[in-house]
Design a protein around this ligand. Structure first.
Ligand SMILES: [Zn+2]
Length: 142
């Protein structure tokens, strides 16, 4: 993961960088059943920018293995804020948990949504802009 994060390039752009709807696979640590994630991430750079394909790879890498969706959300938000020395970061994850689906819960209820914000995204306007960009255009399911 460090190698991946080292390949940054200087930022000329200091607007929000968003990578939307990345599919990643994980495992729920309680039931050891698969989880399909749809991960959206954003950050506002200061000096370093990470390529979009790297963001996607980072998400897949962190999601892999038994891990709580909540922890995945916070870990990604921390990496995009602290390791990239960004102004702030935001992560929004929808998880389709097979353990929930298997219990006969309807597909809609089986989707768990978590989000985490750091830095400038703690400001309501910035957070709302992110959520609007991530949620509004596509309401379709996984
Ligand atoms: Zn579970």
């Amino acid at each position: 993961m460090q190698a991946l994060l080292e390949k940054t390039f200087p930022a000329k752009y200091t607007e929000m960088v968003i990578s939307k709807h990345n599919t990643a696979f994980g495992v729920c640590p309680h039931h050891l059943l698969p989880v399909i994630y749809r991960i959206s991430m954003a950050y506002i750079p200061t000096q370093k920018v990470l390529g979009l394909s790297k963001l996607s790879r980072l998400a897949r890498m962190i999601a892999r293995g038994p891990r709580l969706q909540e922890d995945l959300t916070h870990e990604l938000a921390d990496i995009l804020h602290i390791q990239l020395a960004s102004q702030g970061s935001a992560v929004y994850i929808e998880g389709l948990h097979m353990c929930m689906a298997a219990r006969g819960v309807g597909a809609h209820e089986a989707r768990l949504v978590t989000s985490g914000v750091r830095g400038v995204f703690l400001e309501l306007a910035t957070r709302e802009e992110f959520i609007k960009l991530v949620v509004a255009p596509t309401q379709n399911s996984l």
